[in-house]
Design a protein around this ligand. Structure first.
Ligand code: GLP
Length: 249
């Protein structure tokens, strides 16, 4: 595990974007696993900026996203497809056909999970997976549980996750109760994982995830077992784990 402690959100975003850029430059046909949420927005803004400067080429890149709300249409402003289109895909030269998310409107849950697993398998797995960290330790929408779910599945979101994510919804809109998410096994099979964490409210759960027992009660704790985990955290999030320069740079 490599931990980068950065000064602030902007610095965290730049560092994580640099790592993703290196991946794109070194392997122009990379399969990127992507995340949504507020933490990763700055990373996408930075990648878009470097694309416009001519430093990055996404034409041969494929992407798979971690998750999608069940029931939401792609053009619903709260869907993760809409988020990805607006914040990244429509602003770079990626082939839209190479961007994959679970279909929130699929009629059959099992078939949709199998379809999404197949896509990842046919792409040959994920080269670099970008992750945010949920306040209860979730990754993707793998909520605290008694077991680690392996492949893509449909989950009932916890009250705390729905409440945390309600800040991104307009008044009067309700956060869907269910969501599709990539499973833990698929995430762990990614060759490289970049975990982006920002803010004081994530400090305790980050410490628990990285140094506590590996348990499905804190889904992100499984990342301790990954051979190439890079944590990029701003100072507010990293303060409870970086006491010396030994573990953090
Ligand atoms: C959301 C998403 C995750 C995201 C996490 C953190 O529920 N499903 O993929 O990484 O929670 O979100 P944020 O960065 O907004 O705190």
């Amino acid at each position: 595990m490599q931990i980068y402690k950065t000064t602030d959100y902007h610095d965290m975003s730049r560092k994580a974007a640099n790592i993703i850029s290196a991946q794109i430059i070194l392997k122009p046909n990379s399969v990127l696993g992507l995340a949504t949420g507020s933490t990763v927005l700055g990373i996408y803004n930075q990648l878009v900026e470097w694309y416009h400067k001519g430093d990055l080429d996404f034409s041969r890149i494929s992407t798979v996203n971690l998750d999608e709300y069940k029931g939401l249409a792609p053009d619903n402003h709260q869907s993760y497809r809409y988020y990805m289109d607006q914040n990244l895909f429509h602003q770079i030269n990626i082939n839209k056909e190479n961007t994959h998310l679970p279909n929130g409107q699929a009629g059959n849950v099992d078939e949709e999970c199998a379809r999404f697993n197949d896509i990842i398998e046919h792409l040959g797995g994920i080269d670099l997976q970008l992750l945010g960290l949920g306040r209860n330790g979730h990754i993707g929408f793998n909520e605290p549980s008694e077991v680690f779910e392996k492949g893509t599945h449909c989950v009932r979101l916890t009250g705390s996750t729905r409440e945390a994510n309600s800040r991104l919804f307009d008044r009067g809109e309700t956060v869907p109760e269910y969501a599709y998410t990539m499973g833990i096994r698929t995430i762990l099979l990614a060759k490289k994982i970049v975990l982006a964490v920002s803010g004081e409210d994530k400090a305790e759960i980050l410490k628990e995830a990285l140094y506590g027992p590996v348990s499905p009660a804190v889904p992100a704790s499984i990342l301790q077992l990954h051979p190439d985990l890079i944590v990029v955290a701003d100072a507010a999030a990293a303060n409870s784990i970086c006491f010396s320069g030994e573990e953090c740079v």
